[in-house]
Design a protein around this ligand. Structure first.
Ligand code: HEM
Length: 404
């Protein structure tokens, strides 16, 4: 592929999975690449591990207030999520919001999540085996976030799936699988966001009367300078946890099953050595790079790899490329469940490093232990369909044959 044909804003960029060659070329030849856009503007695309880690770690020169995504609803500085939603805020507000949100990731909550996810995954696998197979993407993978949402937010299985349907539509806003894509993208995102807010508004009304041990109750108890948070701050951060956690963990689960299917020796090794599960999950995270990139905006004139970055420039950090950088990962294009060290950037790094990483590790650990335990066999049984998105690499359909 000629590098001149790259369009990193194209929602089809990952559909055919031909981008690894392109990123290898960029890392070798133009690691700090100025990517022009159709409107005459552009953004920086960083592809080398060390440059990307350096920008993640410099939250003074690179702001998160433009949100993590190019274009879409989070781009403009006028977007009301700036400074209100954890992922779209800078210190000191980021520290204050993160502290409050952190209560929902305490060890006792993670234990509850583990119990709920185990129950749902067991039931989903049993049903798939009874039926001879399933669509893993919709029948099993979505039970990971469902269990987490139930345990973290104190809602029913039905409500959890209602929320997952909404966040799927938000992340998949450019994919016709999730609805009509012919109208205005911003409008579509605004409508889905309003539906997510409506979902949480109902829960907020209930928790004001009946507080419990859940995210919404914790955020309703949060205070800044002795004053309770305005409701919009509660809403934005409930949405952040839901959008941050629902699709990432389920799409990573799909990518992991596909990787093990395509690397039968690694699958056999994992079956024979369940102790490798944690290491396998980390390799699956590196391999899948579900959150393909995040964005920052330069707050001052600065320099990366000899290129002048101007204040106000958008800078994109391509995790998907950093995770295949040979300078950090020997034999980077080899899927190796014993890889060590494995300092992948799939959760980012620095002050915004994924607050839900402990939840994702727990969910994925449970799933891959169950899938590789004695006697269970799975194989691909039809076409894999990939999400149309340049932000999240996902699999929306993956028929599997399953038997014991
Ligand atoms: C495989 C699963 C996951 C992946 C690949 C992933 C990826 C990421 C990445 C790359 C960031 C950093 C964003 C940035 O620096 O701008 C992040 C932050 C975040 N993630 Fe995750 N995530 C995952 C699971 C989860 C889960 C399960 C939750 C919640 C239950 C969650 C909630 C969040 C939140 C709230 C933030 C913002 C943290 C902050 O800005 O301080 N994530 N995630």
């Amino acid at each position: 592929m000629s590098v001149l044909t790259i369009d990193l804003t194209d929602p089809d960029v990952f559909v055919e999975q031909r981008h690894y060659g392109m990123f290898a070329w960029l890392r070798a030849n133009d690691p700090v690449h100025w990517h022009t856009t159709a409107d005459g503007g552009g953004f920086w695309a960083l592809s080398a591990y060390d440059d990307i880690a350096a920008v993640y770690n410099d939250h003074t020169a690179y702001s998160s207030e433009g949100g993590p995504m190019l274009g879409g609803s989070f781009r403009s500085q006028a977007d009301p999520s700036a400074g209100r939603m954890l992922v779209a805020s800078d210190p000191p507000r980021q520290r204050m919001i993160r502290q409050a949100v952190h209560r929902a990731f305490a060890p006792a909550v993670v234990k509850r999540i583990a119990r709920q996810v185990t129950e749902l995954v067991d039931a989903a696998i049993t049903k798939a085996v009874d039926d001879g197979g399933c669509d893993f993407a919709t029948d099993i993978a979505t039970e990971l976030p469902a269990g987490a949402v139930m345990a973290m937010m104190g809602v029913s299985h039905r409500q959890a799936h209602e929320l997952i349907d909404l966040t799927r539509r938000m992340i998949g806003f450019r994919d016709p699988v999730f609805g009509d894509t012919s109208d205005d993208e911003r409008l579509r995102l605004a409508v889905i966001q309003a539906e997510i807010f409506e979902f949480f508004s109902d829960i907020i009304r209930d928790r004001r009367k009946n507080p419990g041990e859940d995210l919404v109750s914790y955020l309703l108890q949060a205070e800044t300078n002795g004053r309770p948070w305005p409701e919009e701050l509660v809403l934005y951060n409930c949405m952040n946890v839901a959008v941050g956690g629902n699709e990432t963990s389920s799409y990573t689960a799909c990518a992991g099953v596909l990787a093990l299917h395509e690397h039968p020796r690694e699958l056999e090794l994992l079956r024979a050595s369940p102790d490798l599960t944690e290491s396998a999950v980390n390799e699956i995270l590196r391999w899948s790079s579900t959150n393909a990139y995040v964005m920052r905006v330069a707050t001052q004139d600065t320099e990366i790899g000899g290129k002048q970055i101007r204040a106000g420039d958008s800078v994109t950090l391509w995790n998907v490329s950093a995770n295949r950088d040979e300078s950090q990962f020997p034999d980077a294009d080899t899927f190796d469940i014993t890889r060590s060290p494995n300092r992948h950037l799939s959760y980012g790094v620095g002050i915004h490093r994924c607050i839900g990483a402990i939840v994702a590790q727990t969910e994925l650990g449970i799933l891959f232990r169950k899938l590789t335990d004695s006697g269970l066999r799975f194989s691909l049984d039809g076409e894999v369909r990939r999400l149309r998105s340049n932000f999240i690499q996902g699999i929306t359909q993956m028929p599997l044959r399953m038997q014991r």
